[in-house]
Write a protein that binds this ligand. Structure first.
Ligand SMILES: CC(C)(COP(=O)(O)OP(=O)(O)OC[C@H]1O[C@@H](n2cnc3c(N)ncnc32)[C@H](O)[C@@H]1OP(=O)(O)O)[C@@H](O)C(=O)NCCC(=O)NCCS
Length: 181
């Protein structure tokens, strides 16, 4: 067995500054949380993460049933925040997901944000994060955080562009069985 370490950043944002504007890009619309959408969030999460680096860091993300399990866990957290949990959809169906919870502090915690590959690069990721941040603001929170794998430059760039700042570097250990030749 080998152990790999993935460098991760904790990034935080101050929510007291101004009002965020989470407009959905033209042609896309928001779908607010309801318990009946749990399996939709899980499926969209799976479609977003299945071939991504984070599916190596968190194997549940690369597995349909794992994503369903993760969504149930998020939904059952005491701080689960429907106002920071959204789907974004276009004419062909759901394209992205974000979930938020209130952590000890209290501070808003973005759990997972993902956009299905075909829909990337048009502003949906940025809009999803902004929408979750407005949900935290509406819940009276003045800070939010997330953790991101350092090699995930697309996500790190997006969070920086939104205003998140790195506050801590963490290392996540992953056990992997060596393949014998
Ligand atoms: C990270 C992710 C959510 C971004 O979604 P997206 O819809 O493509 O993002 P946006 O179109 O809103 O772009 C937002 C910012 O991301 C960055 N970005 C987008 N595409 C990029 C690319 N190809 N290369 C580098 N940076 C990029 C830019 O900073 C961009 O800001 P800009 O619009 O001012 O240029 C998406 O790539 C994704 O789902 N990745 C897989 C799941 C994942 O890793 N989630 C993050 C977990 S922490």
């Amino acid at each position: 067995m080998t152990i790999s370490y993935f460098k991760r950043f904790r990034m935080e944002i101050d929510l007291t500054g101004g009002t965020l504007a989470p407009a959905a890009p033209a042609g896309f619309f928001w779908e607010a949380w309801s318990d009946s959408l749990l399996s939709v969030h899980a499926e969209v999460k799976y479609q977003c993460f299945r071939n991504e680096l984070d599916a190596r860091v968190f194997p549940n993300l690369g597995d349909r049933e794992g994503c369903a399990r993760l969504m149930r866990e998020i939904r059952n957290k005491p701080g689960f925040l429907p106002g920071a949990t959204w789907l974004i959809a276009g004419p062909q169906g759901y394209c992205g997901t974000v979930q938020g919870v209130v952590d000890r502090g209290p501070i808003g915690a973005i759990q997972n944000v993902g956009v299905i590959p075909y829909y990337r690069g048009v502003g949906l990721g940025r809009a999803l994060v902004a929408k979750a941040l407005v949900g935290f603001q509406s819940a009276g929170l003045d800070r939010a955080y997330l953790e991101v794998t350092a090699q995930n430059t697309r996500a790190v760039n997006m969070y920086r562009a939104i205003g998140f700042k790195k506050v801590k570097t963490l290392y996540k250990a992953i056990e992997a069985f060596e393949r014998l030749a």
